[in-house]
Design a protein around this ligand. Sequence first.
Ligand code: DOR
Length: 421
Amino acid sequence: MILIKNGRVIDPKTRLDEVTDIVIENDKIVTIGKQDENAEYEQVIDASGCIVAPGLIDVHVHFRDPGFTYKEDIQTGSLAAAAGGFTTVVCMANTKPVIDNVDTLRELLERAKTLPIKMLQASAVSKGLKGEELVDFQAMKDAGAIGFTDDGIPMMNVSKLKQAMELAKECNMPISLHEEDPSFIDAPGVNKGEISAKLGYGGASHLAEDVMVARDVMIALETGASVDIQHISSGYSVDLVRFARERGADVVAEASPHHFSLNEEAVLKHGTLARMNPPLRTEWDRQKIIEGLKDDTITIIATDHAPHSAEEKAKSLGQAPSGIIGLETSLALGVTNLVKAGHLTMMQLLEKMTFNPAKLYHLEQGSIEAGKPADLVIFNADEQFTVDKFYSKSSNSPFVGENLYGKIKYTICDGKVVFEN
Ligand code: DOR
């Protein structure tokens, strides 16, 4: 048995926020409440001054396995997750081969069984992410996929998309969408506006996202499918998601830490380390995302952890791949830029990183309750650290050198300490 004592236990599901103790036996939480100090435990963790929360859940990561393991693999990705306080992640399907068939999926999930954290896998929506021939939804579900997404690539064939939403609904699983219409992208990864003009770079207009979000929330409303708008970046898109949710659409949106922390000016400072799809946009858009997080239009924070090698990111802005890593800075960016900045309470931040993502995927984890899996993170919200090293195989982050609040002390998954600092 493990005793975690004197921590401020925050559980967004039960709304518990109290300094107390937690007892873990094997892989489960058994008791929440003050304990006898003198009882015998295998390990006692003193969490005084720290927050004890459900293990974080990230519904949007790229572990690049199989096919691009020079950037990341499921082992290094899991270490990065554990170091960031995550005990459950959902991997995207844009690997090589693409996760669009039962054999590739089964092989990957078999390997994932030995990882220190829970790695779940989304299936592609379409064969080869080409947006035309749909995968066998039921077969992918039966083989262990937990949702569907062509992340990285927009679904341009609207009738196929509607059909995909209907199939996902039949499977009672969410479909997650990358919303960028290439018609409005002159060059990807940088917002089309003042900064792109200054750089003489084509840029990607917010219209690319807005037209697709407008289209897809209406199809979601019509079909009743559970739809996840991934890495929302445009202020107008936040308004569109709010419009759809108010009308009863089963639509959620993810905000990534970079979209609530940075605006397009970061491209001037960080170059390719601030190139991502969809891009960082204007300060107005960033404030709209924060407003959406505050009023619960945006219920999920997800990293889009997108590792790329140093060689790849050393290329020119036009040639380098889009994306940044995020698992090891996500909680701290939320603590620093949302909680310390006065936008969200700690309860609200943690809800968007635990219970809400669990709800989307119908997961039993994501809360602190007796009988539930002992997946926990223990962190000090008032302790600062400098971002300087990563467990990820890649280090493509614009946050290197930043001083952030929210140092992770322990990550516990299924009752085992998988990270300690
Ligand atoms: O910037 C991005 N990179 N956005 C995505 O949606 C995909 C990701 C990647 O796979 O590198």
